[in-house]
Design a protein around this ligand. Structure first.
Ligand SMILES: Nc1nc2c(c(=O)[nH]1)N=C([C@H](O)[C@@H](O)CO)CN2
Length: 118
């Protein structure tokens, strides 16, 4: 990956988890996303229309994740990666999904994935 646009520490509350008690509550998840994007054009034009708009991507993730009800963080991470690749001009991305407080003694647990358009 060369140039990129990133979103770091995006916290979203949702229904996630495999245990019965987890199906009755909402828990915070934290997303770190790095998306490959050539930033030379927006740098030359200074126009938001030429960027990969990190606010637009964040809003889309918030809408999708808050309405989701998956069991595994793996499933949610995969769906989020698919969504970004399908809806934004991104050919390759890295996504880290953290579930803070899920394991006693650990600050966070979760998954990291790297995906590109087929
Ligand atoms: N690899 C994974 N391991 C576990 C997950 C998961 O989504 N992926 N989920 C759980 C439970 O939901 C846990 O977060 C509750 O504390 C356990 N292991």
């Amino acid at each position: 990956m060369t140039d990129s646009v990133f979103i770091e520490g995006l916290q979203i509350d949702t229904l996630i988890g495999i245990y019965d008690w987890e199906r009755r509550i909402r828990q915070p998840l934290v997303f770190d996303v790095e998306m490959e994007f050539d930033n030379r054009k927006p740098a030359a034009t200074d126009a938001i229309a030429d960027t990969l708009d990190y606010k637009a991507v964040s809003k889309r993730l918030i809408a999708y994740v808050s309405a989701s009800e998956f069991g595994l963080v793996e499933t949610l991470a995969e769906r989020c990666a698919e969504l970004i690749l399908a809806e934004f001009p991104v050919a390759r991305l890295r996504l880290k999904l953290s579930k803070p407080g899920a394991v006693r003694g650990a600050r966070a647990v979760g998954v990291r994935i790297e995906r590109s358009r087929a």
